[in-house]
Write a protein that binds this ligand. Structure first.
Ligand SMILES: [Zn+2]
Length: 254
């Protein structure tokens, strides 16, 4: 089973699965709506990150329940799609990007290991995203055409407001290329759950203060609308080539 967590504007894009079945799962961390089905010969579990009605802003997304449910469904390889702002001239808005590093600037800690019965573990995050899945996307993009930027550092804020111009200047000093509100908790929980995590980002605008434009969610959705065909195709062509055996840091016993 391969998991896909869809971000804003992408809920309908993965609905052309056969044997499609929508259900809910009660997890210790909340109730989750999910869809399973077959797509390109692979069994898929799809979760809309912001809830089926898109009524969960980033700081209220049920990250733990989402990852718990996917693990319970047997998912060991997970694709997370998200819209991001960009502050790297080499990654203009509109260019799909698969980052390889992460700076977590969120204010909450989300973990499956909170002591007592859950135990205490400190999981390695040197390489925060799955290098093996990223390599598949690199190969697919070279062979099939979509211009994908591989690499870059994603800086994660809690939201739900967009960042300030000063925060973006700070991210630039820290070496960040992209900013968003969801990847850090998702990637960390996936690693704690032993799931390979592949982020696929859609840069939708220049980050705050880099242009005279103010940021809006409407603009985000418009840009996602323009990019989603390319993004879905990239994922469609990549899924079947994900390695069946896992030989990456994500699968290691921590
Ligand atoms: Zn992996």
């Amino acid at each position: 089973m391969i998991g896909i967590i869809g971000g804003s504007g992408l809920y309908e894009s993965f609905r052309d699965m056969s044997d499609r079945k929508t259900d809910i799962m009660h997890t210790p961390h909340g109730v989750i709506d999910y869809t399973t089905g077959s797509w390109m010969g692979e069994r898929i579990a799809f979760i809309p990150r912001h809830g089926p009605e898109h009524d969960l802003p980033p700081h209220r997304v049920r990250f733990k329940a989402n990852i718990w449910a996917l693990r319970e469904l047997g998912v060991r390889r997970l694709v997370g799609t998200c819209a991001v702002g960009t502050l790297n001239q080499k990654i203009p808005p509109g260019r799909i990007t698969v980052p390889d590093q992460l700076i977590d600037l969120t204010k909450e800690t989300r973990s499956f290991f909170n002591g007592r019965r859950e135990g205490v573990r400190h999981v390695d995050m040197t390489e925060p995203f799955c290098p093996a899945l990223r390599e598949v996307v690199r190969e697919v993009s070279v062979e099939t055409g979509p211009s994908v930027h591989i690499g870059g550092t994603y800086a994660c804020f809690s939201g739900p407001t967009f960042e300030t111009a000063a925060e973006i200047r700070m991210v630039k000093v820290l070496g960040g290329d992209l900013v968003g509100m969801t990847l850090a908790p998702e990637a960390k929980l996936a690693r704690e759950a032993g799931i390979c995590y592949l982020p696929v980002c859609m840069p939708v605008n220049w980050a705050a203060g880099l242009t005279r434009e103010l940021l809006s969610h409407k603009q985000t959705l418009e840009q996602v609308g323009q990019m989603k065909g390319e993004l879905v195709n990239l994922i469609r062509w990549s899924l079947g080539r994900f390695p069946k055996e896992r030989d990456c840091p994500c699968a290691r016993e921590h």
